[in-house]
Write a protein that binds this ligand. Sequence first.
Ligand code: FE2
Length: 288
Amino acid sequence: MMTYRSVAHLIDANPTSDGDGLALHRAFPNPSLRELDPFLLLDHLGPTLLAPGEARGFPPHPHRGFEAVTYLLSGEMQHRDSWGNHGILGPGDVQWMTAGSGLVHSEQPGETLMREGGTLHGFQLWVNLPKRRKMQAPRYQDTRAASIPVVRNGDGTVTVKVIAGEAMGASGVIDTEIPIRYLHITLAPGSRCELPLPRRDHAFAFVVSGEVDLNGTVARKNQTAIFDRGGENVTISNPGVADAELLLLAGEPVGEQVVRYGPFVMNSKAEIVQAMDDFRAGRMGTLQ
Ligand code: FE2
């Protein structure tokens, strides 16, 4: 018998800004949802129209103990870090950054976007690392849009981009430290799909545009729908008159104590103090 997961909580994202004034909607953390183990944060960046020469991004800041995943829908983002890594993301590209033991990085609009202006639109997700992986060397998986599998249902009304994990027979190319599924799903009006969503995983959907019906609960743009663990599948449909887009995230809980302080996410207060000491002493490198 097929069993289905329902929506246990529906939470509105908070409009806010971060970095040097980039407008975003923070799905979580917020007072209703501190985290959803292993997921620590989800930001919907923009869409923000940048004038030529206008920098709106994240000036240098450190990270330790988790992974930061940037997925761009439009615009261009430039990444630099204190260990000499540098990369540029364009529309549809993903950077899966394992901060591990620590680095200082900046995330700013790319040079073309800076020169010509344009729309910056995307997402940043933070994924926790288990204790045994928190102090591993930093790692980057810069993934171009062309290498992200795109699958469609029989009549082409449902499109799934498989950023990580598996869906409809396709597997993402990103190698995740713990089992994670990250899907970007687009549904034409009136369309429907059904996906396995193992009970083991904590899972949520974030609505990017339009409205989606998740096993009987309708969620709208910038809402986060957290699934209960009462089944092994999920049904998603679009009851609206325009296309609907959502991110579907699922991951195996780490199940450890989480102590977070700004950009550091560790297992104890002592480890946070150590992270701050290491950052101040330049042991995460420096970036001008
Ligand atoms: Fe960052």
